[in-house]
Structures are given as C-alpha cells and as structure tokens.
Design a protein around this ligand. Structure first.
Ligand code: ACM
Ligand code: ZN
Length: 754
C-alpha cells in the first residue's frame, strides 16, 4: 500500500511538471512544411542508442553520432535494429513512402524517431542538428513533430572560382554549409577570362598558362587603371576534383561544372591563340568586365578542343547537367573574322546571334550524344534555343519566362534578387562590390514562380540558385561575408512553401543559425541590429529598442558621435533619447560570442516641427515640367531656358529616354490628407534633389548608378510645394519618388497638383 502511494505521488508530480512546461519555440531554417512543438524534451544519456535499419540510414546514424561528439561532447553507441524505437533510443529509418527528399522527425521525452526518403533522411538530420542544444549531460532536444519536403527539386548556389581561386579546403567548407541548409546543387564556375581552374590532361598549357594572370586591377574596374603587380593563379587537379565531387555527393549535393563558351574564354586563348578569331597574342585578362576575345565560331578546331575538354570534364563529374555558359559573348571579332563569316554564309545563318546559337546547339548535340544535358545562361535564347537546353535566367526573370513559355526547363537566378556579389548594406560601411543593392530582405522577398506564367508553364521552373561572382571577392572570408546570411534567405526560398515564407518569422529564427555559424567560425556578415532605423518625431523624447540578430551577441553604442568600441556603453535595454533640432546619432557595433565585431552601424534621430501647409489651393492635377535636352553636372544647377515644357500626371521620364542626356525640373503640390510623419524615398540614376516647401530635403545628386535615399518629414494636412530636379548624363536612367506614412502608402499620382 505504501509503495502504491509513493508511485502514484510520483505520477502526480510528473503530471504537474508536464502541465507547467510550455513547448520551446524552435528556430529552423529553412522553415519546414509542418512543425508542431510539444512540451518537454529528449535528454540523451550515456546509455542512449542510435539505431539504424539499413546502410543508408547507418550513414546518417554515424553522422549524427559524430556531430554529437564534435559539437555537444557526447558519444553514443550506434547499432543496427529493425525494431521500433523504445525508451532512450534514437531511431533512423529509411522510408520510401515519404515524398522525394522528404522526412518526418518525432521527438518526445522518451525517444527520437527520424524517417526519411533518400536524401530526406540527411535533411532530417540537418533539422535535428539545428534543434540540439547543450553540452554533455545537459544536451537536450525539444519535443517536436515535424514533417517536411522541399518546394523545388533544384536548390543551388554558384561559386565563381575563375575570377579568384578558392582552395579545396574552402570548397569543402562551402559544401558543408550548403548541406546544412538543404541545398543540393553546386554550380562550380571553373573557367573565365581571368583564369582556367580545372586540370585538363590533354591540354597542359591550360595549367601552365591559363591558370595564372600576371596581375589584377585594384579598386573598381570601371574607375581604375591601377594594377597590383601580383600574379594570381591556381587550378584544381583532377584528383582534387574527384575528391570534391565525392565529398559533395556524400552530402547529397550534385556539382554542376561550368565550362564557359563562346565568351569569357580569354584565359584559354592565351594558351591556345589559334582558337581565337585573330590568332592573338592574348593574355589572361587582368581586369573585370565583358571581354571581346572569344572562341572563333568558324574554326572546327575550337569544337574539337571543347569536345576534348568536355570529355575529361564528363569523366570527372557524374552530373547529368553540364553548364556551358553562353552569356556575354560580344560579336565584334566574329563580325570581322573571315572564318566566322564563311560559316554564317555556308550555313545560311541570319547573323552573329544565329552563329552563337549554332555554336551552342553543336555543343549540345555532342553532350546529348554522351547522355548529358546542357544548362546555359539566358543569352542562349538569342538566335534560337538549343532543343534540350535548360535556361538559367540571370538578367532578371525575362529569360526564364520566355524559356518556360517555350516549354524548356528553367533555373531562376535573377540578378535582381539573387546576385550575392551585390551590396547588402550601406556602401560606405561595406567592402567594395561590383555594385547593385540586395539587402537581406530584398533577397528573402523573391518569389520564383512568375505570376505571368500559367500553372502549366510554372512547372518548367525547376528551381532557384543564387550566384556568387568573385571579381571583388578575393578570399574565402570575403566569400562567406557576402554569402551569409543572405544565402539562408535563399535556402528558405528554395525549400519552404510559399505559404511558409514570412520575413518577420525568418528574422526570429535567424539569430540562432548565425550563432551556430559563429561557433563554427564562418565569418558571415553580422547584420545591423533590429530597431536601428532613422527616425524623425515631433516630440522631444524617443526610445530606441535594439536587438542583435545573432544570438548571444552584444551591442556597444555611442550617442555623442564618437566611434563605438568595446569600451563604449553596452546595450542592456531601451535607450531614451532627448531630441533636439540637431540629429542624435546612435552608432553601434555588434560583437558576437566568438568576439567578431561588425562594421559601425548608425541611425539618426531628430526632432522636427510640422511643416505648415501652403496657402496655395491648386486645383489641376499633376506636376509641371521643364525639360532640357542636355545634362547638367548637378541636379541643383538645373535652371535657364527649357527646350520643352508641359504637365505630367506624375514624374515620368519615359518620354525623354530617346535623348542621350536630359534634365528635368518638376514643380507641383503634394496633397497631404492628415497631419502625419511622411517618408520620402528618392531613387535615381543619375542625380536628383527634392525640395519640399522650398527647403532642400533630399540630396541624391551627382552622376551615379541607381541609388536610393530617404527623408522623413512631419507635414501638416494641406498642400505642400514639391520641386524635383533630375538629370541623366547617359547610360541607365531611373527616377522614382515614393511617399508614404509609416505603414501606409500615398499614391503620388493622385496626390500631385499644379
Ligand atoms: C552572368 O552574370 N554573366 C551570367
Ligand atoms: Zn572567328
């Protein structure tokens, strides 16, 4: 009787403990299809067994054991067993009934059960690893029920090893991190104008000559004529390539090699000048950009050379797909080459684009005859698509849309969202890049299935890839900085269903992942803290609440304009600011648990009075413009007699785009419906300035690529005079002025009067 009492008391106690526990929130990237968190957790002991059913499951069981040993200081026993999991066991089971690459994971306080189909078992392991916390006796896995499968079959990252050579150790680390986030395709860009990086035994001069350039341009190639005088080179031996291909395959990653043709090939021409139209001499290119020196399309020895190269490549890479480039091939040399022109004539081709199409189709025929398929950049659409080609859409989404409509498979890699060599923060605190601007949120917001395609056409979009071109990325550290955390966003785009995508949720889950990377020594870009945003208020006080986006990181800040250091004030809670007419600047650094420091990030906080509304009561809609058919040096200088003038419903530069250069002065009144704080965003190429009620409020002047700037203004209800000055000195042209209150949009088109 006494015994019974004790055990029933024990039962009562354990019920009470369960009732008090709330499920732990879990931070998994990419977000699984379904996650149910449950109370409690599984705590392995020394007696815990890891059980597997078959050889493939054994591989995953062993990987889990190694992971626990290396990262959490516990060493378990791995055993074969066909029985179902019982108390204190971790069961790893192949389940071919699950969807391709899918898995289920069940964790409770008794056991863990992981079921997966093929690679799915490995992906379940990646999820499980993200859930494990603690060291030795404190290791715990929160109770969850997860079922998961990928949205896209092709989930890729591309690394350009041509512009800069990356050592084998880095390629392996790159593959390791890819696998952790469920990527399954690595496009290895191996040949470029600036370097040939793969050993081809039949052509030893590719190793001797093409693998090394004598020096490299310093700074941005568009603005620099300085070179570093230092040779840069390197190539992967066939033995190393085989080792890397296996390393990737062990992690369920297929490597797609890219051998560029007919452009981006000056390095090969430097070794074999007879393959070019002019016969050379050529040198391995020392600058960046699109190069005129390309393979001659009229010379049969070019095709023989490339077939021999590809034969060795196919022997090294089992991938069904071989990438043959096809992008950015200038036609200058072909236009004046007797052999190329003879080929055009003999085949009755329309022009040089048709000649490129012939080139690609000829190479496709060769690769198809060996049982392989080609992938090419979207230029392969020009002059006619090769019959079985998969198109990689990089110049935005247009190429992918066109190819899908032609019923060709497509991989979406638009530079408008997925070029990870573009800036991810304010250029003044970022390393030099090629240009562009793709912060984390812009990448995250990419939706790969264009709405202009029918559901049947969307089926041709097989997947998504982000690209890391390395003109301005010379080291592994620089590559990791550009990749992470943006490639985490890409992982979620490629894996998680559209209904699972939520940026706020992603930002909640990301800090735990970045802490893991920090522990693993991956030098990702430490993001700006959440809450650090320029603000204007009409009050004399405001409170700034910051949150580091790396778990365990610390923020140090100043408010007196000085550069923050580890000796500055440590952020421990909301900062109260007393606001004056001069902005208060918060400058901060974020320091991770491993001691890595971010760049200095800042935001300004300003008190401003409302701008009074104008006395004018304009009734006609739109803005007046004065147009000048020349560029001023600065938008601020635009004045004098105009070449044309008129009224537009909004600021629309399209009617002037036929001019090489032009300038515009707009004037009008913005109708503001209520007293509120408005945000003006001015994006332009080249410069523009905005005056509101005759005060200069936004200065985005000077010759530049598209650049956006924001001003925050408290405005009283009524009409406010706006003057917008803009010039285009040639090249790209863009002018966009957005106005909104926090959380709402004002349609400028309906709010402008003159
Ligand atoms: C490319 O970015 N030229 C494919
Ligand atoms: Zn030629």
């Amino acid at each position: 009787m006494k015994k019974f009492l004790v055990s029933s008391l024990g039962l009562l106690l354990s019920f009470a403990a369960v009732a008090q526990q709330t499920p732990t929130t879990v931070s998994i990237i990419p977000q699984p299809t379904s996650v149910q968190t449950l109370p409690g957790s599984f705590k392995p002991s020394k007696q815990t067994l890891i059980l597997y059913g078959d050889a493939e499951a054994r591989k995953v069981a062993d990987l889990l054991n190694t992971y626990l040993k290396n990262n959490h200081g516990i060493n378990l026993t791995v055993h074969q067993s066909k029985a179902m999991a019982v108390k204190n066991q971790i069961m790893v089971i192949q389940d071919k009934n699950l969807p391709p690459e899918g898995y289920t994971l069940l964790v409770n306080d008794q056991m863990i059960q992981l079921r997966g189909n093929g690679a799915g078992l490995f992906y379940g392991l990646q999820t499980l690893q993200q859930l494990i916390s603690g060291e030795g006796p404190n290791v715990a896995v929160p109770s969850v029920k997860i079922s998961d499968e990928p949205r896209f079959a092709y989930r890729g990252l591309m690394l350009d090893a041509g512009r800069h050579f990356f050592p084998v150790s880095y390629i392996k680390q790159f593959i390791d991190v890819m696998a952790q986030y469920k990527f399954n395709r690595f496009q290895w860009h191996l040949t470029e104008d600036q370097g040939w990086r793969i050993e081809i035994q039949q052509y030893p001069r590719l190793q001797e000559i093409s693998s090394t350039r004598k020096e490299t341009v310093v700074g941005h190639a568009a603005r620099s004529k300085t070179f570093d005088g230092k040779p840069h080179g390197g190539y992967y031996t066939q033995e190393q390539v085989r080792e890397i291909v296996k390393y990737a395959a062990d992690r369920y990653i297929t490597i797609i090699p890219e051998i560029e043709m007919p452009g981006h090939s000056e390095a090969a021409l430097a070794a074999y000048p007879n393959l070019g139209c002019t016969g050379g001499p050529y040198e391995v290119f020392t600058s960046w950009g699109v190069n005129n020196e390309v393979y001659c399309a009229g010379n049969d020895s070019v095709y023989t050379f490339l077939e021999n190269v590809l034969t060795e490549v196919m022997d090294l890479f089992p991938s069904k797909y071989i990438h043959i480039g096809g992008d950015e091939c200038p036609k200058e040399r072909w236009k004046s080459c007797p052999k190329c022109q003879a080929r055009i004539k003999a085949l009755g081709l329309k022009d040089e684009h048709a000649l490129q199409s012939y080139f690609i189709q000829r190479m496709e025929k060769f690769l198809n005859s060996k049982g392989r398929q080609i992938i090419g950049w979207d230029e392969i659409l020009e002059g006619g698509l090769a019959p079985n080609a998969t198109v990689m859409s990089w110049r935005g989404e247009a190429g992918g849309i066109a190819a899908a409509k032609q019923q060709h498979d497509v991989i979406m890699t638009p530079n408008t969202y997925l070029y990870l060599d573009y800036y991810q923060g304010n250029p003044s605190t970022e390393p030099l890049t090629i240009g562009g601007f793709l912060p984390l949120q812009s990448v995250y917001n990419y939706e790969p299935l264009p709405h202009s395609l029918t559901p049947a056409e969307q089926k041709y979009i097989k997947g998504v890839q982000a690209n890391l071109w390395t003109e301005y990325i010379a080291t592994p550290e620089a590559a990791d900085y550009m990749l992470w955390p943006r490639a985490l966003a890409v992982s979620e785009i490629t894996w998680s269903g559209e209904d699972k995508k939520n940026y706020a949720s992603f930002l909640e889950r990301m800090p735990a992942q970045l802490a893991r990377m920090d522990k693993a020594g991956i030098p990702f870009r430490i993001p700006e803290p959440a809450g650090l945003e320029n603000n204007v208020t009409t009050d004399s006080r405001t409170t700034v609440t910051l949150k580091p986006l790396v778990e365990g990181a610390t923020i140090y800040y100043t408010t007196d304009g000085s550069e923050p250091t580890l000796n500055s004030t440590r952020y421990t809670g909301p900062v109260a600011l007393h606001l004056r007419r001069e902005p208060v600047i918060i400058k901060c650094i974020v320091v991770t648990a491993s001691g890595r420091k971010s760049s200095v990030y800042s935001a300004s906080y300003l008190r401003r009075d409302y701008k009074a509304a104008s006395n004018a009561t304009p009734t006609n809609k739109g803005a007046t413009f004065s147009a000048y058919f020349r560029a001023f040096k600065q938008a601020k200088q635009i004045s004098g007699t105009a070449d044309s003038s008129g009224v537009q419903s909004s600021f629309d530069i399209r009617p002037f785009l036929s001019k090489d250069a032009f300038s515009l002065a707009y004037e009008g009144y913005l109708k503001v419906d209520s007293d509120a704080i408005y945000e003006f965003n001015l994006k332009c190429d080249d410069g523009a300035v905005l005056y509101v009620d005759d005060e200069l409020e936004l200065d985005n002047d000077g010759e530049h690529a598209p650049l956006d700037k924001t001003a925050i203004l408290p405005l009283r209800k009524g009409f406010h005079k706006v003057k917008l000055l803009y010039f285009n000195a040639g090249g790209g042209a863009e002018l966009n002025l957005g106005v909104r209150t926090k959380g709402s949009a004002v349609n400028l088109r309906n709010s402008l009067f003159h």
